[in-house]
Design a protein around this ligand. Structure first.
Ligand SMILES: NC(=O)c1ccc[n+]([C@@H]2O[C@H](COP(=O)([O-])OP(=O)(O)OC[C@H]3O[C@@H](n4cnc5c(N)ncnc54)[C@H](OP(=O)(O)O)[C@@H]3O)[C@@H](O)[C@H]2O)c1
Length: 253
């Protein structure tokens, strides 16, 4: 089934992957609302893309999620798609002599996992009222094979992948289609902790990522890895996984 949303909310839509997809979808006539914490960033993007709107949203805060949902639904009851794209990443070195200070891992958990779960829970009751609706969760190729340098980040993305599979199973037969996009390394702000110049050189150009992702949307794929992330996702025997998933869930435990 093709991906044809009318109005989409994209978390983390002010930069990187979210912004690239926001602009590509708007060019196709989709009404796009971007969400994030930095007003100046969101304002600038909307000024450069007339018709695009923004909402200040911190997905780590359940209150912010419900408040923005209520505000958006009062203004845009036609919203039929939510893309959970906001995410953060940091390295942690457990082999270092200094004890690991795990503070930022809490942010990774709060934003990448709890934020995404809470967004799904908050928006599903509305999305289920539509004839057709979409949740798009952005995980990572690192959900399948971890990059040890960013151990907690990879664990969060594995959680997003597992959660998304379950969500799709539960919502089979409902109007809400659950899509997962698994990016490879892409040149965005995600790796700015390395220093902006070095960090933004990591991965494939954003335009390349956006173009292949839009093709997967057009192909109607529910679960797709992009570019080099295909090599990581391919470690899972997809046929065996699908059969085992069906068998396990037929047991009605
Ligand atoms: N780039 C890659 O190599 C790569 C690879 C695989 C997967 N991904 C995934 O792709 C997604 C987008 O990342 P990106 O690469 O485009 O990085 P990015 O440019 O840093 O974008 C992340 C976006 O998330 C927003 N964000 C962060 N925390 C938030 C919060 N608490 N509430 C709302 N918005 C928040 C940021 O805006 P504010 O700071 O203004 O809130 C920012 O716009 C992430 O989930 C990332 O894990 C990226």
């Amino acid at each position: 089934m093709a991906f044809t949303p009318h109005t989409i909310l994209i978390t983390g839509g002010g930069t990187g992957i979210g912004l690239g997809l926001a602009e590509a979808l708007q060019k196709r006539g989709v009404k796009v609302i971007i969400g994030g914490r930095r007003k100046d960033v969101l304002e600038k993007v909307c000024a450069a893309n007339p018709g695009m709107e923004y909402v200040i949203l911190d997905v780590a805060s359940p209150d912010s999620i419900t408040k923005t949902r209520d505000e958006l639904l009062a203004k845009h009851p036609e919203i039929d798609a939510v893309m959970n794209n906001a995410g953060v990443q940091r390295p942690f070195d457990f082999a270092a002599e200094k004890p690991v200070e795990l503070g930022f891992a809490d942010n990774e958990i709060d934003i990448n996992i709890r934020g995404l779960f809470n967004m799904c829970a908050a928006w599903l009751p509305h999305l289920k009222t539509k004839e057709a609706a979409y949740i798009i969760n952005v995980s990572s190729g690192l959900a399948f094979v971890p990059l040890a340098r960013v151990p907690s980040y990879c664990a969060t993305k594995a959680a997003v992948h597992s959660f998304t599979v379950s969500l799709r199973e539960q919502l089979r037969g409902s109007p809400v289609r659950i899509i997962e996009c698994e990016p490879p390394a892409v040149q965005t702000e995600l790796h700015d902790y390395m220093g902006a110049e070095r960090g933004r050189a990591v991965g494939i150009p954003l335009a390349e990522f956006v173009s292949e992702t839009m093709e997967s949307f057009d192909a109607g794929t529910d679960d797709f890895a992009v570019a080099q992330a295909k090599n990581l996702a391919a470690v899972v025997d997809s046929e065996r996984f699908a059969k085992t998933l069906e068998m396990l869930n037929a047991m009605h435990l």
